[in-house]
Write a protein that binds this ligand. Structure first.
Ligand code: UTP
Length: 297
């Protein structure tokens, strides 16, 4: 099987949950400690062997495109001052010409539509990854690498899966499982945002996918679904209807929903506590703050 070397990053959403910040700053550029969300996704992809990065963008996302450019003035200044560590950090964010492509989604018609916008950059026999940068996953081995390794044995489509409390299932795409093999499950169906009490399981799909080009063909015919948007879940579920394999992969790691304010704050604290230079001061602050809050109640 051909290795997975392309990843699509749909980043054309409006990020309304972070307004007014996202009026002028793309959500993917918002920083966890000192790196924008997109940097975490890129590092995860690189660890998985991704060589080509396809961004589906929209109006107002130019800061995202600039982020991957070289910054000669800044680099020269750091070099002159002997700030080698910072220089290295900065240069690691540059993307070699030809490795990165940008496609516009002209209207925010949903995640499925955003992925479909990248169709001409994917070969007819080429499985590809889709990564949503607002799902940030802390893991020893990158989540996408875990999936790429599993996919090399199974083929078909694969989605990252995570157990969620039943009462929260209606916020996710949910898998209907026909066979549970541990890390891997075989799906016999998928539902986007099921009504309360109607979820077929508590296994939710989160923002990492490995898809076959068949899904792009399905998207061609996929009609608007949940929320009036063209849903990627519906196009993947179509694969099952047509008798092809769709697997869920229970990854090892902790996922933060950085598309929501609570998740973004949790990720900020968790990632900052991992930094030796911040850990002590931050934990002291958190302890004091929580004790003050508790005392006030
Ligand atoms: P979200 O559902 O989080 O939507 O999209 P959003 O617009 O980013 O944020 P809110 O809900 O308004 O706060 C999940 C992913 O799909 C992309 C988003 O950029 C995000 O990475 N997306 C969504 C698109 O690229 N195009 C769309 O039309 C919708």
């Amino acid at each position: 099987m051909r290795p997975v070397t392309k990843a699509v990053f749909p980043v054309a959403g409006m990020g309304t949950r972070f307004l007014p910040a996202t009026k002028s700053v793309p959500k993917e550029i918002m920083t966890l400690v000192d790196r924008p969300l997109i940097q975490y996704a890129i590092e995860e992809a690189r660890e998985a062997g991704i060589e080509e990065f396809i961004f589906v963008t929209s109006r107002g996302k130019s800061a995202l495109e600039d982020y991957f450019d070289e910054s000669p003035t800044l680099e020269a200044s750091l070099k002159e001052k002997g700030k080698d560590e910072l220089l290295e950090l900065l240069q690691a964010t540059n993307m070699p010409s030809g490795q990165i492509a940008y496609i516009r989604q002209h209207q925010a018609r949903g995640l499925g539509h955003a992925v479909w916008c990248a169709r001409r950059l994917i070969g007819p026999d080429e499985s590809f990854a889709v990564m949503l940068p607002d799902d940030v996953i802390a893991a020893e081995t990158s989540c996408l690498k875990q999936m790429v390794d599993a996919h090399a044995k199974t083929g078909g489509c694969m989605v990252a899966a995570m157990e969620v409390p039943r009462e929260k299932a209606s916020a996710y795409g949910i898998l209907d499982v026909s066979e549970d093999m541990g890390s891997l499950v075989q799906a016999r169906g998928m539902v986007e945002k099921p009504k309360v009490g109607e979820a077929p399981s508590n296994l939710a799909v989160i923002g990492r996918y490995i898809l076959t080009p068949d899904v792009l063909h399905n998207l061609e015919k996929t009609e608007e679904g949940s929320g009036g948007e063209i849903q990627l879940t519906d196009a993947i579920a179509q694969e099952i209807t047509e008798g092809r394999n769709v697997f869920g992969y229970r990854f090892q790691g902790e996922r933060f929903d950085c598309g929501s304010k609570a998740g973004f704050l949790q990720a900020t604290v968790a990632f900052a506590l991992e930094r030796p230079e911040l850990r002590e001061e931050l934990s002291l602050f958190l302890h004091e703050r929580l004790s003050m809050d508790q005392a006030a109640q």
